[in-house]
Write a protein that binds this ligand. Structure first.
Ligand code: SF4
Ligand code: SF4
Length: 356
């Protein structure tokens, strides 16, 4: 396994440092030192020096990171474990050493268009009404429901399309393989389809993240403007297309790390919720948020994902929150599975619909 010089420097900087261990949602869930940026770096530093083989165990550890960026945000010296972890995944692929659960997900994507191997979701409508594409994403198409989001856009009088055969954005391939040629091919195919539209509204922050960041970084030409669903809905409220009334409900936003850290978008969700009621913040909010779950990892470490979501409920409880509001379908699905009886969970569109 060959690392770039840049990754080697970041690995060496992290390997004896423990300063960010407390912000890792996976380490907090497992209680294991191996699930810290430092421990991952220590293993990889030995691989980089050819002192140990790039073994199944070290590769397994590389896939135990959610790439949530909590460590990177907390790091006062600016080192980036996400960057070297993604490079280590690409290295495992190039060395032909991918874990079986990864190769299964990639085959699923090639055969069914999603890593879960799910058949077509009957809950997803097909609409062809305009030059705004409402991009639902792999997680919703395989495991979720977009009914309320569609209802909200219709109530605002937005003309939009939803594709029957929506292409995969490449987010999951980027998560599993990093910057591989296969990832780029999936992204290029998606960009070609999206370029038929003027604007793409991404329901899932994961798709917005790759379209706005990775496509650009890899020189993938995407003509359409990409906006997040939260940004779009906040705009509809501002423009008077959605007349929300203050319901008096106190909402607590669960900031998606993809929105808050990768896309640096933290305020639209707060603008929406302030119009619908008031906000009670969690202690770890905005770009210091804590991940509440990742559906890709749920395929190979479901018990850890259950604890990650349950821990976030504990964070919410600790500030006496009553209604948690999500902007990520993956987090919604995993939080719903662990919801305490005395608390409520809503998607952002459910919160708005309640206040119309
Ligand atoms: S990311 Fe920063 S704080 Fe975390 S282990 Fe590396 S050097 Fe330490
Ligand atoms: S990216 Fe997230 S999951 Fe990975 S080591 Fe950093 S804090 Fe932990």
């Amino acid at each position: 396994m060959q690392f770039t010089q840049k990754s080697k420097e970041h690995i060496d900087a992290c390997r004896f440092c423990w300063m960010c261990h407390h912000v890792c949602p996976i380490g907090n869930a497992t209680g294991l030192e191996r699930n810290t940026a430092r421990a991952r770096a220590l293993g990889l530093s030995m691989v980089a020096r050819d002192s140990v083989e790039y073994s199944e165990d070290i590769i397994g550890n590389v896939y135990e990171c959610s790439l949530c960026g909590g460590c990177m945000t907390d790091c006062v010296t600016g080192w980036d474990p996400v960057m070297f972890t993604k490079e280590a995944r690409l290295g495992a692929a190039l060395d032909g050493k991918l874990p079986e659960y990864v190769t299964t997900m990639i085959s699923n994507l090639q055969e069914k268009g999603n890593i879960y191997g799910a058949e077509k979701n009957a809950n997803i409508p097909e609409i062809a009404e305009g030059d705004i594409l409402f991009f639902l994403g792999e997680d919703v198409r395989a495991k979720g429901c977009a009914k309320n989001a569609v209802e909200l856009l219709k109530k605002a009088g937005v003309s939009f399309s939803i594709l029957k055969d929506e292409p995969n954005s490449g987010y999951s391939m980027d998560f599993l393989l990093g910057a591989a040629a296969e990832t780029k091919a999936v992204m290029e195919n998606c960009a070609k389809v999206l370029s038929n539209y003027k604007k793409v509204v991404c329901y899932d922050p994961a798709d917005a993240k790759v379209m706005k960041r990775e496509y650009k970084e890899w020189g993938i030409d995407l003509k359409a403007e990409v906006v997040t669903f939260t940004e779009f809905v906040a705009g509809l409220i501002k423009d008077g297309k959605l007349n929300v009334k203050n319901s008096g409900i106190e909402f607590t936003p669960q900031d998606s790390p993809l929105l808050a850290r990768d896309l640096e978008e933290t305020e639209p969700v707060r603008e929406i919720l302030s119009a619908c009621g008031s906000i009670r913040e969690m202690l770890l909010n905005r770009n210091y948020t804590m991940l509440a779950g990742n559906l890709i990892m749920n395929e190979y470490m479901p018990q850890v994902m259950e604890t990650v979501a349950a821990n976030r409920w504990t964070n919410a409880k600790n500030v006496d929150a009553k209604v948690l509001v999500t902007t990520s379908p993956a987090e919604y699905i995993l939080l719903a599975a662990t919801k305490p009886e005395d608390m409520e969970l809503m998607t952002i569109e459910e919160a708005v619909l309640k206040c119309l």
